[in-house]
Design a protein around this ligand. Sequence first.
Ligand SMILES: O=C(O)c1ccccc1NCC(=O)[C@H](O)[C@H](O)COP(=O)(O)O
Length: 218
Amino acid sequence: MSTDIRVKICGLTAAADVAAAVAAGAAYVGFVFFEKSPRHVAVDTARTLALDVPPGVAKVALTVDADNAALDALTGRVPLDFLQLHGEESPARVAEIKARYGLPVMKAIGVAEAADLAQIDVYAGVADQLLIDAKPPPGATRPGGNALAFDWRLIEGRDWPLPWLLAGGLTPGNVAQAVARTGARQLDVSSGVERAPGVKDAKLIRTFIDNARGLTDA
Ligand SMILES: O=C(O)c1ccccc1NCC(=O)[C@H](O)[C@H](O)COP(=O)(O)O
């Protein structure tokens, strides 16, 4: 049993789903600001959702190559604990965003092959946390949230000098194996706890977190 595993439920759009994630023991809740995503939320919706998140659960805003005007609008309205940068933000841009908004940053790193892991070292000195995710497949309309896993053997036995989350294609059915193979202590999931794109399922959220922590026989 690994009750210290921390789970981020990403792409929440409704109060009932935020409540389900909190009740199931999520450490982070994520709100997506990317208009082409089925999980996109408007700033005012995110504000309402975020105001209901209890202390101790971190509120994360996911953006993709957002400019300062968009980030000003977002951070000015929504109480946040982290910014998740899921685009092509350079290390210098990550540093600029951290300094300007005073929020810790999670930088997403897309992995499809061993060479992609070099990006981890590039961002390790500037980000507060890394989110190690599958690279989007060719033709994808969004850079994450594609229900696609990368080959976990690529990071087997690896660790980095900052906190990191494993993401990409995690489900209640494979999460225990993912933890065992990668040694991840933090996990991020979106599609795997949905019954349709953008529609979260409270039972899947609960089962995912229980299975991640070894609380069931999955
Ligand atoms: O979820 C989205 O729609 C999304 C859109 C644009 C950029 C990133 C997006 N999601 C990133 C996440 O944090 C996901 O949780 C992560 O990629 C894992 O997704 P999934 O494979 O669906 O669990």
